[in-house]
Design a protein around this ligand. Structure first.
Ligand SMILES: CC(C)(COP(=O)(O)OP(=O)(O)OC[C@H]1O[C@@H](n2cnc3c(N)ncnc32)[C@H](O)[C@@H]1OP(=O)(O)O)[C@@H](O)C(=O)NCCC(=O)NCCS
Length: 147
């Protein structure tokens, strides 16, 4: 919660984190600084089952939030957290990974594109301050991490 509050304008109450940990513990991960043990980043996914066109159920691994403390950024921690979170979400049988990101958040968009997410659509005024979001998706079958 502390990292979230220091890095993102979207903050959540404690029960929100607790409910995600309870329901999807495998894909709620934190990164530690090896030297000090300090928690320096986190990623959390929620698994959702939606009815799509053609009356087919699609299981989505929805990236709820990811962040790394500013002083620890650009050291591949975000990428590792995301890859590990996605691998673990795969254990829940997801067909598709999805996420929303501010259209101005070029750093996060670059990370998602690096992992082959594509922008499916723009959601107008998704955020409380009126900013639009990109809705980005990646089919689970197209997620092929190196290790
Ligand atoms: C997005 C975030 C989690 C990335 O974490 P990070 O540990 O700094 O990222 P990494 O070092 O793992 O970088 C992985 C890739 O992301 C992209 N990236 C990361 N920082 C970047 C920057 N400053 N400029 C451009 N691209 C960047 C690059 O594609 C990079 O791959 P490369 O090093 O091969 O170029 C981090 O910037 C953050 O916490 N931002 C604030 C919170 C946030 O915006 N979360 C996303 C909400 S949707």
């Amino acid at each position: 919660m502390n990292i979230n509050e220091r890095t993102l304008p979207e903050n959540y109450p404690q029960f929100f984190y607790e409910s995600i940990i309870e329901r999807f513990p495998e894909s709620f991960l934190v990164a530690h600084d090896e030297r000090t043990g300090q928690i320096i980043g986190y990623v959390m996914f929620r698994v959702e089952r939606n009815l799509e066109s053609g009356l087919k159920f699609v299981k989505k691994g929805h990236l709820v939030s990811i962040a790394v403390l500013k002083e620890f950024q650009r050291q591949r921690t975000g990428e590792k957290l995301l890859i590990q979170g996605m691998k673990h979400a795969k254990n829940y049988g997801v067909d598709l990974y999805v996420l929303e990101v501010r259209i101005s958040n070029t750093v996060a968009i670059a990370l998602y594109k690096k992992l082959k997410f594509i922008i499916e659509k723009t959601i107008p005024e998704y955020y409380r301050d009126g900013e639009d979001a990109y809705y980005m998706v990646l089919r689970a079958s197209d997620f092929k991490p190196a290790d």
